[in-house]
Ligand binder design. Structure first.
Ligand SMILES: [Zn+2]
Length: 70
């Protein structure tokens, strides 16, 4: 396999701190691991909210089960 293809450097804006940074990957969204982690934490829902969603989900599943049985 010839490795001719030179990687293109992309100019990106960090989605966390909005700093300009340069990356070889198109998928890069953050300037650093620190920003990636900060963003991950921000997007994570609090446990209470997740529990509510889980209960809703369970109720919906029970509903559809009941409908299938009748
Ligand atoms: Zn950043």
């Amino acid at each position: 396999m010839p490795e001719k293809q030179t990687k293109q450097v992309k100019r990106c804006i960090c989605q966390e701190c909005e700093k300009v940074f340069y990356a070889l990957s198109l998928k890069a969204k953050w300037c650093s691991k620190k920003c990636e982690n900060a963003n991950y934490r921000k997007n994570r829902k609090p446990q209470a909210e997740l529990e509510k969603l889980y209960l809703q989900q369970q109720a919906m599943q029970e509903n559809s089960n009941a409908q299938q049985q009748s």
